[in-house]
Design a protein around this ligand. Structure first.
Ligand code: XLS
Ligand code: CA
Ligand code: CA
Length: 440
């Protein structure tokens, strides 16, 4: 088989003293952290779209990426070359998982029949390569946003024919995800939102969206797809407002339509930023509501208001994300998918490797720090102590449901002493810093 990244050989762990850019400094796949291999904690995944198909185009300029497969003209031949390159890339970085949209791996044909045929052909090639290289599908998804037919949405469109087409495309995407043993399936509603309320019936659109999700649940049962369904929240972009705004909004939606037993969330760091939250906030909220499914590991630029999908290099955020994952008892069957792209100016193929190394090392280091922080327990102990007034006396009676307004009024009337204690935020932040600085 042709070698697509001939300038880069297999990336190995060399430790933090290494100066070799093409080595892991912190990601040591087989190292045991808390009884589990690093690679099993992190479950890293390659995003097919950013890694193989993105060419660096932006609103102001054409593509810049230098990719060795780009000299292939025929669409199907190009798809095959990309797929071979994808497996070479994963192998060289020792990444076990990948994620894709149906349209990332196979081009659209002249109609749905030909489109599905293209997809089937690529899926069978993919299946072979997965077997040969021992790689797994973290999740599949359908691209229901790129083609002009989705201009008014897919599951929330005002056009019944487009709705039917979307359902057909979804059906096929779930089938191929099942065929490839996908451990999850993601719904990201790129066009499921609105530009103006002057032409939009929000209530109707959401009812329709719930209908298509219910159809997916029913069909998955029918074909025996056991993967976890995930909704990926995002507040805006491409639409002005997206219905899956953030974790809290998705939870409300799932509960309203009685879908909460079938869906969890795939949380992306940059989408949290756009919703005005931290990554940790979204993960923590999902964890507390038993809907933490998977993570799209990337980062936004706090100075920009759009989805920059940068590789995650912020150790503070990665540490706190891993802290939440450890508290969750792990992320499986989800994983850490690098939904991240190299900058337009990082156009050499080597940049793809250097970016993944940066992201993988950041999360590996974050895992080590978070594990120690959780083991030693300074934060957990502080939080426990902070709420200790609810473990005895009147506090315990409240939690046990033994008292109501009248009993509490009686207590308050005869009890004027309220000794509040400091929240010690700055001190707690300094503890997190101490663990980050001192981990060796
Ligand atoms: C776009 C989303 C998308 C989903 C999958 O902002 O992140 O890539 O992850 O459709
Ligand atoms: Ca994403
Ligand atoms: Ca994004």
């Amino acid at each position: 088989m042709k070698e697509y990244f001939s300038n880069v050989s297999k990336i190995n762990y060399e430790g933090s003293d290494s100066k070799n850019p093409y080595s892991f400094k912190y990601y040591n796949p087989d190292e045991i952290v808390g009884g589990k291999r690093m690679k099993d904690h992190l479950r890293f995944s390659m995003s097919y779209w950013h890694t193989l198909t993105a060419n660096g185009t932006d609103q102001f300029g054409v593509g810049t990426m230098i990719r060795s497969w780009d000299n292939v003209n025929d669409k199907m031949e190009l798809a095959k070359a990309r797929m071979e390159a994808a497996f070479e890339f994963m192998d060289k970085l020792d990444i076990d998982y990948f994620c894709f949209h149906d349209r990332d791996i196979a081009p659209e044909g002249k109609d749905l029949v030909e489109t599905n045929k293209n997809l089937d052909e690529m899926v069978s090639i993919c299946k072979e390569l997965m077997k040969k290289n021992n790689k797994k599908l973290l999740w599949g998804t359908a691209n229901l946003f790129n083609n002009p037919r989705f201009v008014h949405g897919a599951g929330t469109t005002c056009n019944a024919n487009v709705y039917a087409y979307s359902a057909a495309q979804l059906k096929k995407a779930i089938e191929v995800t099942n065929e490839l043993g996908g451990e999850n399936y993601v719904f990201w509603g790129g066009r499921e939102g609105y530009e103006t309320l002057l032409n939009t019936d929000i209530g109707f659109e959401m009812d329709n969206f719930a209908r298509i999700l219910q159809m997916a649940v029913d069909y998955a049962k029918k074909i025996g797809f056991k993967g976890q369904f995930l909704i990926e929240p995002k507040p805006k972009e491409p639409t002005k407002h997206q219905y899956d705004f953030d974790v809290a909004t998705v939870l409300g939606f799932l509960r309203k339509y009685k879908l909460e037993n079938y869906f969890k969330v795939n949380i992306e760091a940059n989408h949290a930023t756009l919703a005005g939250h931290t990554f940790q906030h979204e993960i923590c909220l999902a964890r507390n509501n038993n809907v933490l499914g998977s993570l799209d590991a990337n980062q936004g630029d706090p100075h920009l208001g759009w989805d920059t999908d940068q590789f995650p290099t912020n150790i503070y955020d990665a540490t706190l994300a891993m802290y939440e994952i450890l508290k969750n008892g792990g992320i499986a069957p989800g994983g850490l998918n690098f939904d991240a792209k190299v900058r337009r100016a990082s156009f050499e193929p080597e940049d793809l490797f250097l970016s993944y190394i940066a992201g993988m090392d950041t999360f590996a280091k974050g895992l080590r720090i978070a594990y120690k922080l959780l083991q030693d327990g300074p934060i957990e102990n502080f939080i426990k102590e902070r709420y200790s007034s609810f473990s005895t006396g009147i506090g315990k009676d409240i939690v046990d449901g033994k008292v109501g307004f009248e009993e509490l009024e009686k207590y308050a009337l005869s009890n004027n002493v309220m000794n509040n204690k400091s929240g010690r935020q700055e001190y707690l932040e300094s503890i997190v810093n101490q663990y980050i600085f001192e981990d060796k």
